[in-house]
Structures are given as C-alpha cells and as structure tokens.
Design a protein around this ligand. Structure first.
Ligand code: NAD
Length: 286
C-alpha cells in the first residue's frame, strides 16, 4: 500500500482562486486588502519566507508592503513601526517575520500588533479566542493542516490525534483545533517518554518538531493520516520534513510531502486571515 499524497500546492491553488474573487469583491466595495510584512536582519530563510508571502499577495491582487530593516534595529524603533502600521488604513494585516535579533523581545513585538491586524494569530487575544472557541485569527500553519484534513473529508470525531511538538505557533494551537473538532488529543514533546508508544496510537499524526526523519515507518499505525509540518535540510541541502516520507508512505493512508505540503497552506491561511481582516472593516462600515 502506498499512501495518498495530500498536495498542498494544488489545494492552495484552489483556495487562492477563490480568494482572488474575494479580493475583487472587496475592491469593488472600496477596500483593497493589504498586508504589511516586516523583516529585521538578513536571515536567508526568513528572506525566502517573506518573499513568498509578498508574492502570494500580489498573485491574488492584494496590496502588500514589505518593510526591511537592518539587524541592528532597536526594539523601540520596531515598536514605532508597528504603531504606525496599526493606524494605517491601507494595512489590514501585520506580520513580523520571526526570529528577531536578540535585542528585540518577540513577545513585546507580537503584543504590540493590534489584535484586529494580528493575521499570524500569535497575539494573546487570538490565542485566548482559540482556547475558548471564540472568533479570532487562527495561527496559519495549524489552520493549514486542518484544511488539509478537511480536503480529504476526514471526520476527526472520536479519532486519536497525536501532535508531536508543543510550540505556541504550531503544536499547541494544532492540538486545540483538533480538540475543537472532537478528536482525542495527545501532545508529545522533547520530554515525552516513549514517543513511539504514543505515535503508534495515532489515527492522525502531526509532526511539528524540526528534526529530520524523527518519525519513521515503525512509529506509524497502519492507515494513519500523517501531516508533516517540519522544515529541515538533508545532507544535500534539500528541504525535508520530520517524517521519513519514503518509509511512512508505505504505512499511512494519507501523507503530506515536504516541500509542497504544509508550507504553501501556511501562506494560504495568511491570505485568508488578511481577507477576513479587510472584510471586518467593510462589515463595520455597514
Ligand atoms: P519549536 O522549535 O518552537 O518547537 C519544536 C517542538 O518540538 C518543541 O515543542 C519540542 O518540545 C519538540 N521536540 C523537540 N525534540 C523532540 C523530540 N525528540 N521528540 C518529540 N518532540 C520534540 O518549532 P516550531 O516553530 O513549532 O516548528 C517545528 C517545525 O515546523 C520546524 O521544522 C519548523 O521549521 C517547521 N515549521 C514549518 C512551517 C510551515 O509553514 N511549513 C511553519 C512553522 C514551523
């Protein structure tokens, strides 16, 4: 048996066609959705992520503003930029690319972003809303994973979902989203004893760790759905996930590839959040 591949590029493409139409409708109503992306320093990976986000905005006709600052920027200067964007009516979403240089506290920066423009979904208000099942912006990566499960018509009710990784931006919000869909959720992390015993119980396994090939075929229950969030480099410098794709695809029923899986869906959910932010401005005018 070889697992079906959930193609994140193809799925993103279909979402983005629809989002292009939503942009047109908003423009007809006098609002051009706008995203500001802030990059501090010259981390090469961050430069690629930021460029992809800006290109994705352009592709669907959204306004984007890329602000790039040198690595020596102070926290006060960055907070000043955010304050300006918070009140800029042409900007509906603000994203600060992480990681930030050491002199800047990422929490202080994230909390300075207006909750109405927090399209990354990292603000405490957004995290609280997700925790309580209230309306708010969901973090893009786990939201993209959920959309991938939806795309195969997977009903999570009563299923055991195992999330490996407990970060604030992927693991924890992923677990909350799966819980909201009535899955029974286990969260594993660096201190989990006997990871394999838990992953083997998973009907849905989400790997969000950052260790290449951490999840091998012998750790996966036959027929499980495997979502690979990890982004690592192999010995040849090629992008790869946390899952041993070639081995695990012989055991799983569905699997996401790296690249071409969760990555594109993350950007797609960023577009979705920015559209929602623009839509809420339009709604508030009526
Ligand atoms: P993080 O470093 O903040 O968290 C990693 C988590 O893995 C931690 O909670 C830690 O407890 C856990 N962990 C570490 N070693 C472990 C082990 N041996 N066994 C089990 N758990 C272990 O990372 P993050 O920001 O959550 O990102 C995780 C991965 O996902 C990274 O590879 C990152 O590049 C990738 N990522 C991809 C996207 C995307 O769009 N595709 C977005 C965000 C993150």
């Amino acid at each position: 048996m070889s697992a079906h591949i959930i193609d994140g590029r193809q799925l993103s493409h279909s979402f983005r066609l629809d989002y292009g139409q939503r942009v047109k409708q908003l423009v007809e109503n006098g609002i051009t959705p706008g995203l500001a992306v802030i990059l501090v320093g010259d981390n090469p990976a961050s430069q690629v992520y930021v460029k992809n986000k800006v290109l994705a905005c352009k592709d669907i006709g959204m306004h984007s503003l890329m602000l790039q600052f040198d690595a020596g920027m102070t926290q006060a200067q960055l907070l000043g930029e955010i304050e300006r964007l918070n009140t800029d009516p042409s900007i509906h979403g603000i994203l600060v690319q992480l990681p930030l240089p050491k002199q800047i506290d990422p929490q202080a920066v994230i909390q300075a972003i207006s909750a109405q423009k927090d399209v990354d979904g990292f603000h405490l208000e957004s995290a609280g809303a997700l925790m309580c099942g209230a309306k708010g912006y969901w973090p893009c990566t786990p939201h993209g994973c959920l959309k991938m499960l939806d795309s195969i018509g997977y009903d999570l009710t009563g299923k055991h979902a195992v999330v490996v990784g407990r970060s604030n931006i992927v693991g924890k919000p992923m677990a909350l989203m799966l819980l909201q869909r009535n899955a029974t959720v286990s969260i594993c992390h660096s201190q989990t004893a006997n990871l394999k015993a838990l992953t083997l119980q998973a009907d849905v396994l989400v790997a969000a760790v950052g260790i290449r090939h951490l999840i091998t075929a012998d750790m996966v229950k036959p027929g499980a759905v495997v979502i690979d969030v990890g982004m690592n480099r192999d010995d040849q410098g090629k992008l790869c996930g946390d899952v041993d794709f070639e081995g695990v695809k012989q055991v799983a029923s569905f699997i996401t590839p790296v690249p071409g899986g969760v990555g594109p869906m993350t950007i797609t959910m960023l577009l979705a959040n920015t559209l929602d932010a623009a839509q809420s401005i339009l709604d508030s005018q009526h």
